[in-house]
Design a binder for this molecule. Structure first.
Ligand SMILES: [Zn+2]
Length: 72
Protein backbone atom coordinates (compact mmCIF):
# COMPACT_ATOMS: atom_id res chain seq x y z
CA UNK A 1 0.00 0.00 0.00
CA UNK A 2 1.43 3.36 -1.00
CA UNK A 3 1.51 6.35 1.27
CA UNK A 4 -1.41 7.96 -0.56
CA UNK A 5 -3.61 4.89 -0.22
CA UNK A 6 -2.59 4.50 3.42
CA UNK A 7 -3.40 8.11 4.22
CA UNK A 8 -6.73 7.85 2.42
CA UNK A 9 -7.63 4.69 4.32
CA UNK A 10 -6.73 6.49 7.54
CA UNK A 11 -8.97 9.43 6.67
CA UNK A 12 -11.90 7.23 5.79
CA UNK A 13 -11.54 5.29 8.99
CA UNK A 14 -10.86 8.06 11.48
CA UNK A 15 -11.82 11.34 9.89
CA UNK A 16 -14.55 10.49 7.44
CA UNK A 17 -16.48 13.70 7.99
CA UNK A 18 -13.56 16.03 7.50
CA UNK A 19 -11.77 14.91 4.37
CA UNK A 20 -14.36 16.36 1.93
CA UNK A 21 -13.16 19.81 3.01
CA UNK A 22 -9.78 19.04 1.51
CA UNK A 23 -11.41 18.62 -1.87
CA UNK A 24 -13.00 22.06 -1.53
CA UNK A 25 -10.01 23.91 -0.13
CA UNK A 26 -7.22 22.38 -2.16
CA UNK A 27 -8.16 23.55 -5.62
CA UNK A 28 -6.27 24.79 -8.63
CA UNK A 29 -5.71 28.53 -8.21
CA UNK A 30 -5.81 29.05 -11.95
CA UNK A 31 -2.06 28.84 -12.45
CA UNK A 32 -1.69 25.10 -11.94
CA UNK A 33 -0.90 25.44 -8.25
CA UNK A 34 -2.85 24.60 -5.11
CA UNK A 35 -4.74 27.50 -3.55
CA UNK A 36 -4.20 26.23 -0.03
CA UNK A 37 -0.65 24.84 -0.25
CA UNK A 38 0.91 27.84 -1.87
CA UNK A 39 3.62 26.84 -4.26
CA UNK A 40 2.57 23.22 -4.56
CA UNK A 41 1.76 22.02 -8.02
CA UNK A 42 -1.91 21.05 -8.22
CA UNK A 43 -3.21 18.45 -7.58
CA UNK A 44 -1.30 18.63 -4.32
CA UNK A 45 -0.74 15.61 -2.10
CA UNK A 46 -3.62 16.43 0.23
CA UNK A 47 -6.03 16.73 -2.66
CA UNK A 48 -4.87 13.40 -4.10
CA UNK A 49 -5.33 11.77 -0.69
CA UNK A 50 -8.84 13.20 -0.30
CA UNK A 51 -9.76 12.12 -3.80
CA UNK A 52 -8.53 8.62 -3.02
CA UNK A 53 -10.61 8.64 0.17
CA UNK A 54 -13.65 9.60 -1.88
CA UNK A 55 -13.01 6.61 -4.13
CA UNK A 56 -12.68 4.32 -1.11
CA UNK A 57 -16.02 5.55 0.26
CA UNK A 58 -17.76 5.01 -3.05
CA UNK A 59 -16.23 1.57 -3.49
CA UNK A 60 -17.30 0.72 0.03
CA UNK A 61 -20.97 1.67 -0.39
CA UNK A 62 -21.91 1.02 -4.02
CA UNK A 63 -25.63 0.88 -3.40
CA UNK A 64 -25.92 3.94 -1.22
CA UNK A 65 -28.57 6.18 -2.74
CA UNK A 66 -27.38 9.58 -3.94
CA UNK A 67 -28.83 12.67 -2.34
CA UNK A 68 -30.24 10.69 0.55
CA UNK A 69 -30.63 12.34 3.90
CA UNK A 70 -34.19 13.59 4.20
CA UNK A 71 -35.25 10.51 6.11
CA UNK A 72 -38.69 8.99 5.86
ZN1 LIG B 1 -3.12 21.71 -1.36
Amino acid sequence: MGIIAAAAAFLVRFGHDRWPRLLLEHRDDGTGHCRDCRGSVWPCTLYVIAEHAQRLIRADSPDQPRGAGDGR
